[in-house]
Design a protein around this ligand. Structure first.
Ligand code: XMP
Length: 518
């Protein structure tokens, strides 16, 4: 059977911060879409036989000296094209229309009035006035020959253009952002009705194909997998289990830095959903010993990362004979690490899965989630029968509680932190607020504060509560939790956690703060 990524959409990335969002919105229509650098090799793009092309937005003006251009093959391909913002300006400029700097930069919400239907057009089924999101300096003054105007906004007389015969369209606004109310419908019209893509990119189809691919890659040989407890590694494990269950050995290292009941839950969930072998290594003493008297955050990270690799290597050597290492690498990791699919991309942050295992382990990688976004991994997890609590588990950093236990990491302080964190998350869950936050936790501060408890002066530790809302974890807003919920968490923590006499709530955005405190 054909690869179900075939027959989707290729997105040429002109540097917009929203490019990945375009791919996600299209994939929500069960059509595969992947971003490529705008100057990517044409053959690499055509390997997946796309049925349409989207040109993303970008920070340049088409008149900039080194502005990225439209590759010749795009128009020669005869495929439908949708240009978004810079993509639209580029189409206009290349096809002989006119793009000029606007007197006012248009940024933010705008109303788009559509005034013409173009057969199977972008706006079929949508109201005449649409709330849209604009972010541009240049604007189209004259459409290229053969194109007609599809609508206007206050600042853009040609806010959408189209050529019915060529099936080339452009929109000045951003249909991929949620501020554009019917944006997803516009993208759906493009991929389903203009490009005629088959909506076959589903969790079910993905699983079928991933299982076949794993079987083909692995054959009868053995695979090891580092289980972290996160959704990515759990879904990877489940796929491997389905494909080559009796050849898989999963390794779970308990570093003593996990949250309340977490190691037990990871092991229980694994066994409940997989028949494959799981080796659990209790290395908590080793980790705590290595962290004794260490207070500097980066040193904590380094010690934990290195020790993790050592313990994993030792355990893998004991199990023996594996030729493959399965990892829960997902698409944003690939994009951010400027993987081989994106040679020109700027390296934002190198992700080291399974703690950055050394290359001399000589294991071939199996990465079935390599092309999935997080929300797709969750859908696949649900389809595979994993429980909601696992599938919606919030991200938890590799160094675990060590970077939330500010200052020294001792068993006593970790226990205090574990209790406070558990109480906070329980309270949020009871108020059905856990899913409203992207990440929430308690941290133990490295200060002691004066308090009074039952006529006694206390000099004890302070806990910080952190809850954030974010889509991409690169920027974040602090969650506006109701005062009553914060009051309940605070009161339970100071009453139930010995050695804590004060609770504060972190009201800082990222940037300038980060989500974690260390
Ligand atoms: P920051 O604190 O940088 O966190 O705003 C962004 C996201 O990354 C997680 N994080 C880590 N994950 N190892 C990890 O595996 C780390 O050292 C690490 N530091 C931060 C953090 O929990 C948040 O989701």
């Amino acid at each position: 059977m054909a690869d179900n990524r075939h027959g989707g959409i290729a997105i040429l990335d002109y540097g917009s911060q929203y490019t990945q969002l375009i791919a996600r919105r299209i994939r929500e229509q069960n059509v595969y879409a992947a971003p490529y650098p705008w100057d990517a090799d044409e053959d690499a793009i055509f390997e997946l036989e796309p049925q349409g092309i989207v040109l993303s937005g970008g920070p340049n003006s088409v008149y900039d000296d080194r502005a990225p251009t439209l590759p010749n093959w795009v128009l020669h391909s005869g495929l439908p094209v949708l240009g978004v913002c810079y993509g639209m300006q580029l189409l206009t400029h290349t096809l002989g229309g006119e793009v000029h700097p606007a007197t006012d930069r248009e940024y933010g919400n705008a109303t788009f009035h559509q005034f013409e239907e173009l057969g199977a057009s972008l706006f079929t089924g949508l109201p005449p006035d649409l709330d849209v999101w604009m972010s541009h300096g240049d604007r189209i003054e004259k459409a290229p020959a053969g194109f007609i105007s599809l609508g206007e906004s206050d600042n853009s007389p040609l806010a959408a253009i189209g050529h019915a015969d060529l099936q080339i369209y452009g929109v000045q606004f951003h249909p991929e952002v949620t501020h554009t109310r019917y944006g997803t419908d516009i993208l759906r019209n493009f991929v389903l009705h203009i490009c005629h893509c088959e909506p076959h990119w589903t969790a079910e189809a993905f699983i079928e194909q991933a299982v076949r691919d794993i079987q083909e890659q692995v054959g009868r040989r053995r695979v090891i997998l580092g289980l972290s407890g996160g959704v990515d590694s759990m879904v990877t494990a489940k796929l491997l289990n389905e494909a080559v269950g009796d050849q898989l050995t999963a390794i779970f290292i308990d570093n003593g830095l996990m949250r309340h009941n977490e190691p037990e839950n990871v092991v229980r969930t694994f066994h409940k959903h997989n028949q494959a072998e799981l080796i659990t290594v209790d290395a908590s003493d080793r980790f705590l010993k290595a962290l004794a008297n260490v207070t500097e955050p980066e040193r904590k990270r380094k010690i934990i990362g290195e020790l993790f690799v050592r313990v994993f290597e030792e355990t893998a050597a004991e199990t023996g004979g594996a030729e493959f290492l399965a990892q829960g690498t997902i698409y944003p990791d690939v994009i951010e690490s400027a993987g081989k699919e994106r040679p020109a991309a700027h390296v934002i942050k190198t992700h080291h899965n399974v703690g950055g295992l050394p290359e001399d382990m000589a294991l071939e990688l199996v990465e079935p989630l390599r092309y999935l976004f997080k929300d797709e991994v969750r859908r696949v997890g649900l389809q595979l029968g994993l429980p909601e609590s696992q599938v919606w588990r919030q991200p938890f950093p590799g160094p675990g509680l060590a970077i939330r236990c500010l200052g020294e990491v001792t068993p006593e302080r970790l226990e205090r932190l574990r209790k406070a964190d558990y109480i906070f998350r329980q309270v949020l869950e009871q108020h059905e607020l856990l899913r409203e936050t992207a990440q929430c936790y308690a941290g133990l501060l490295s200060v002691r504060t004066v308090g009074v408890q039952g006529d006694q002066r206390t000099y004890a530790e302070a806990v910080v509560l952190r809850a954030v809302v974010t889509e991409d974890f690169m920027t974040a807003e602090w969650a506006r939790l109701p005062y009553e919920v914060l009051a309940e968490a605070s009161s339970k923590i100071v009453n139930q956690v010995a050695g804590v006499n004060r609770v504060v709530y972190d009201i800082t955005t990222k940037p300038p703060a980060t989500i974690e405190w260390e």
